[in-house]
Ligand binder design. Sequence first.
Ligand code: PRP
Ligand code: MN
Ligand code: MG
Length: 184
Amino acid sequence: AKHLGDDLSAILHTESELHARLAEMAREIEADYADEPPLLVGVLKGAVMVMADLARELRFHAQMDWMAVSSYGAGTKSSGVVKILKDLDADITGRDVLIVEDIIDSGLTLHWLKENLESRGARSVRICTMLRKPEALKVQVDVAYVGFDIPVEFVVGYGLDYAENYRNLRDVAVLAPHVYSDDG
Ligand code: PRP
Ligand code: MN
Ligand code: MG
């Protein structure tokens, strides 16, 4: 089988950088939610790794819930029209919700999701993301906690996939362009 490290052109953030940054973010989150822990809402599948690591960094009870959403409509990716494939188990009325994401790219998914959760009567809805591409944003998204801002490149690992692969890579890496470009 092909080695996981093949076809990567650069390591953007190592596993230890990601964990160190998550620890800093966890201290901020603990301070901000000193009165009552938020419900952590992970967005499947990309957020699985950051959810697992962030939740274990937190020194309060970290309840987790999950949503699966899919962008559909005109474009193939991030049309801004979102369909819920798996909804929350929890009723979030009156609750503080912290959405946990691996990456904000165009921002369309999170823009929609934040409004959707607010409309259910949550007391507060904030966003925590490991990565953000500021230059790819198509819509303004208010993000409370950002791990790293990154350039507009095709990144994989730490939950992020290319055709469902690479999610289990421990680092965040840039995928070599020959993997996804038309001329191979
Ligand atoms: C990716 C990523 C974010 C979203 C960001 O998920 O995990 O959820 O896209 O894109 P946006 O800011 O342009 O909306 P994807 O739809 O690939 O599903 P996955 O998490 O299962 O990989
Ligand atoms: Mn995702
Ligand atoms: Mg994906």
